[in-house]
Ligand binder design. Sequence first.
Ligand code: XMP
Length: 517
Amino acid sequence: RILVLDFGGQTTQLIARRVRESGVYCEIHPWDISDEVVREFNASGVILSGGPESVIAPGSPVIPQAVLDMDAPILGICYGMQAMVHQLGGEVQAQASHSEFGHAVVNVHGGSALFDGLEDHRLEDKSQLDVWMSHGDRVETLPEGFSLVGTSANAPSAIMSNEAAKRFGIQFHPEVTHTKKGADILRRFVLDICQCDGLWTPGNIIDDAVSRVQEMVGEDEVLLGLSGGVDSSVVAALLHKAIGKQLTCVFVDNGLLRLHEGDQVMKTFADNMGVRVIRVNAQKRFLDALAGVTDPEAKRKVIGNLFIEVFEEEAAKLKNALWLAQGTIYPDVIESAASTSGSAHLIKSHHNVGGLPSEMRLKLVEPLRELFKDEVRTIGMDLGLPPIMVQRHPFPGPGLGVRILGEVKEEYADILREADNIFIEALLRHDLYHTVSQAFTVFLPIKSVGVTGDGRRYDYVVALRAVETVDFMTARAAQLPWDFLDEVSRTICNSITRISRVTYDISSKPPATIEWE
Ligand code: XMP
């Protein structure tokens, strides 16, 4: 397995994903983990990520001594390369005027096991790679034992290696798709140089998770809050395979779900797969609790707290459950580890469940803790879940509660469900659903004038929202085809009499957010 040390780069998670796509298990740890943890990890190879700082600035992140003392191969990327140079006796200089951002071409001189034969182009006696760079400082003098392998216009030392010690430094970013041969470089590093075996495949991940869960819970019963979202659905399918009837799922219908969502969850899990699912019809309870509440954060609190209350009531009826399953996935784990960098891993409570109910004293089982979202989706498909369920856009915990602006009413939720369904069905029918990262409809409790064949209409407004984003931290409005939007707008106004007008939200994030509340 591979250790990825994070120096705070924007693309560290991508490094780990590319490594796993090569079939090799890896973990991301912050650069300041202790030497003891490094030794215990027993890596077959180490990748040092990029980072925003300058290695020559005082107090900047350093490579743990235990990594430099190991025999395992090392690949330093960008900051990681410069840290290697700096700590192994070479020289890095600040070169603001020579900084390089974006596309660059690297001439590869040959003689490196990591690069030979990988070229995008061959010119005269050199091979060239199209790469993506992002650096200010540059390497001026290589450390002892290293030779120059590649050069770019603004990075005289774009690639360096110590072939005997299997240590490599590259100034560009192989993890981003703009570096054409990037995935090949990482694959070669982990498979050929580090000689990992490439067994991290969906089938193996499932088998491994199944046996680990079986060993962990034995004959005990396990409780799972099933939301219908991707993560909890995959946990349900996985646990069902592992422990069958020892699993009980609680599905809370809070009246803020999408059209037919509750029925679909029951059909998929209870009817088709034979999973034991308790459906709690708490629609009225949620709507009553939300009456008169208009502030977005207050609504979130009401929904979150009530969810825990209902869930605990159901859990209390299951006297034998000793374990609580959660759909925590790897990015949640990394996020919480990064925010407490240097200290022990903090387990972030999963928002779908709303945290571990305090008095229940259940032990946690989190079978997806090591997986990225795309891995979760792949194993979900392998476990036989319907594609629409595993490929679905994210849906916030508070559901339609934050997509109905201001006070939530049943009438509004019903109108919104219908309109949203028209939009989503149309996206699917036109093969546009997977071209956007998230799409939904927002209900605006204001009235506008419209005109139909029968005369004047004075009714509600909805907004369509579709965004493109990688990380959901920033996003831009999707440029959906005009004819498509026109069709959706007409269908909504024609079939839902309570809607007089449809708008399309073109705001990006920032300054707007993806949701409206
Ligand atoms: P914003 O609106 O903050 O949304 O740009 C970013 C992503 O987070 C989702 N989101 C939530 N998810 N509980 C959740 O589980 C929430 O309260 C919540 N608010 C926003 C949103 O759908 C988008 O994917």
